[in-house]
Ligand binder design. Structure first.
Ligand SMILES: [Zn+2]
Ligand SMILES: [Zn+2]
Length: 291
């Protein structure tokens, strides 16, 4: 019996927009029945204009120091909680800075003995997609409209997957955050998404079925059923991600991720172990705990 999440474990100790200490997050994961829990703190940023709101007091050097402290603490906890939970230590990438992000992310991955990385795109040309509806609308207007933004985003994810080859591809359709209820991608955008899925399949990447939008009132889990069904048809594997940012969100909504996986026709979910790499958990071996 297994229960797991690999995108999340952000903590207020190392992330200005999260809450709780990393130890509290890990101990909450244990209390909520997780057998495997991935820690994927945000990578540092390398230009002042790429700081998240609330990080201004840290600056570039402060972010780098916080990330280094995160990695040390995560590995210490992985050892300290052996027997209670299997912790996997990784980080969540950015395509920042727009010039040189691949070298920055590859360098970071090589600098520590990470178990995995979560590949994310949160920006187009240094402008955030998911920070506010106003910023996203302005970005879409500058690119030629919502469809143009969606295509630019999925093309960026394709490039990220083909070059960085992350173990997990995060919140695949993040670009539909803030769209109204019932939103579906057009046939034209779906052709671009097919290219992205083909890149994920070719790289052996695993999709993060991420419950944060459901929990935060931004529609169904990522990705939408129309995308998840295409992924299933292409035999792309999936895993669970709670995108937790403190103890309040550890595991919350993952039952919705699991329901979406079942509805898309999957019969198993992938989970990462340190000893054996990726394994497949048949649906009946998953034990979601009430949170
Ligand atoms: Zn975050
Ligand atoms: Zn993210």
């Amino acid at each position: 019996m297994v229960w797991f999440s690999y995108h999340g474990g952000h903590s207020g100790e190392f992330c200005a927009h999260a809450k709780s200490t990393l130890e509290e997050v890990v101990d909450t994961a244990i209390a909520r029945g997780f057998t495997h829990y991935g820690l994927s703190e945000h990578c540092p940023r390398y230009r002042p204009q790429d700081l998240y709101p609330g990080e201004e007091h840290l600056g570039i050097d402060g972010l780098a120091a916080a990330f280094d402290a995160y990695v040390k603490r995560a590995f210490d906890l992985r050892d300290a909680r052996t027997g209670d939970i299997e912790l996997l230590v990784g980080f969540e990438t950015e395509t920042l800075p727009p010039q040189g992000w691949l070298e920055a992310m590859t360098g970071l991955r090589d600098a520590y003995p990470f178990d995995y990385i979560v590949g994310s795109v949160h920006d187009i040309c240094g402008r955030w997609l998911d920070y506010s509806p106003e910023d996203k609308d302005a970005l879409a207007a500058d690119l030629g409209g919502p469809e143009a933004l969606q295509i630019a985003y999925f093309d960026a994810v394709t490039t990220m997957v083909e070059t960085l080859r992350p173990d997990i591809v995060a919140h695949l359709d993040l670009v539909r955050k803030y769209e109204p209820a019932g939103f579906w991608f057009s046939a034209r955008v779906m052709r671009t998404i097919d290219n992205t899925l083909e890149a994920i399949r070719a790289s052996g990447g695993i999709l993060d079925v991420n419950c944060a939008p459901f929990r935060n009132g931004f529609g169904p889990v990522y990705p939408l059923p129309q995308v998840l069904e295409r992924a299933r048809a292409m035999d792309i594997r999936v895993t669970l991600g709670d995108d937790s940012h403190g103890v309040q969100t550890v595991g919350v909504g993952l039952d919705q991720s699991l329901a979406a996986i079942v509805a898309a026709g999957y019969e198993s979910v992938s989970y990462l172990t340190r000893a054996d790499g990726w394994r497949q958990a048949p649906l009946e071996t998953l034990v979601p705990r009430r949170t």
